[in-house]
Design a protein around this ligand. Structure first.
Ligand SMILES: O=c1ccn([C@@H]2O[C@H](COP(=O)(O)O)[C@@H](O)[C@H]2O)c(=O)[nH]1
Length: 278
């Protein structure tokens, strides 16, 4: 890969729009699609989403947890989905939220960020709560591989504030500190850097945070968690141009009909485009 993740993401957003569709095969969704909560149900669900959306949506975010719960066969379904999505021109952000001491983080990085690895993805979500520096092996390998990271900074769930809004001795919150680290990683990059933050679309006015990190902001929370596309400008301000809004259940609940899935993704994409253009 010649281009960095940030460059590939900017092109994909320009060509296909900024929507990220999450692939979260909840047991309740398998049931509502008339599928069994087993490996065949998982495989049919995943293949249906991939076939319906892979050639039109810019970014996909498979939620690893829903595949891991089926063990090695679930991981095989995830591997196939990653390969098929990427072959169709979609970018894959693996939502595995890995985080550990550096020596173990290096192994997670090899799993998701080393080209040729079965789960190699365009980007990986990571947790910095063992200290931002513990992510260094992933940062280094992402740079080498042309991949990206999304670091949990201000998550969409209300419980996140206990940690992320805690104030350090220097007066900065933990969330702001993570955003600061990412701005340093992305300094000087064009059209934007490859080191993004996860910032929930549910969080209301974030003008007290420096969201302009010259990198992407992955924004979950639209749809099932109650945020809407129309909320994006008020939440993100001028940084909205770098926002990649994620919708998982809001799209997936329209399946299994492929046209209905495509219709839902198009509606969200149109709403986002309209909101971001204001
Ligand atoms: O702060 C965060 C970080 C990650 N997520 C993940 O995004 C999707 C959201 O799914 P919806 O069905 O659209 O609510 C899911 O995979 C979460 O694990 C998040 O919601 N918030």
């Amino acid at each position: 890969m010649n281009d960095s993740f940030g460059a590939r993401l900017r092109s994909a957003m320009d060509e296909r729009g900024p929507l990220c569709v999450g692939i979260d095969p909840h047991a309740s969704l398998l049931a509502s699609w008339g599928l069994k909560d087993d490996i065949d149900g998982l495989e049919t669900f995943t293949r249906t989403v991939v076939e319906a959306l892979a050639d039109t949506v810019a970014v996909f975010k498979p939620q690893s947890a829903f595949f891991e719960r089926f063990g090695s066969r679930g991981i095989a379904v995830l591997e196939q989905a990653v390969a098929d999505l990427r072959a169709a021109g979609g970018l894959v952000v693996m939502d595995a939220k890995r985080g550990d001491i550096g020596s173990t983080m290096a192994a997670y990085a090899e799993t998701f960020l080393r080209p040729g690895s079965p789960l190699f993805s365009d980007a990986l979500t990571v947790s910095p709560y063992l200290g931002y520096g513990s992510l260094k092996p992933a940062v280094d390998l992402a740079r080498e591989s042309g991949a990206g990271l999304f670091v949990l900074a201000l998550t969409s769930n209300p419980e996140g504030a206990e940690v992320q809004r805690a104030v350090r001795e220097d007066g900065r919150t933990i969330g702001a500190t993570m955003l600061g680290h990412l701005a340093e990683e992305n300094a000087g990059e064009s059209p934007m850097g490859s080191f993004g933050a996860v910032v929930g679309a549910t969080l209301g006015d974030l003008s007290s945070f420096e969201l302009d990190i010259n990198g992407p902001l992955l924004a979950p929370g639209i749809g099932a968690q109650g945020a809407t596309a129309a909320d994006l400008p008020a939440v993100f301000g001028p940084a909205v141009r770098n926002v990649v809004p994620n919708v998982s259940r809001g799209v997936l609940k329209e399946g299994p009909d492929a046209a209905a899935l495509r219709g839902a993704a198009e509606r969200f994409a149109d709403e986002i485009r309209a909101a971001v253009a204001v």
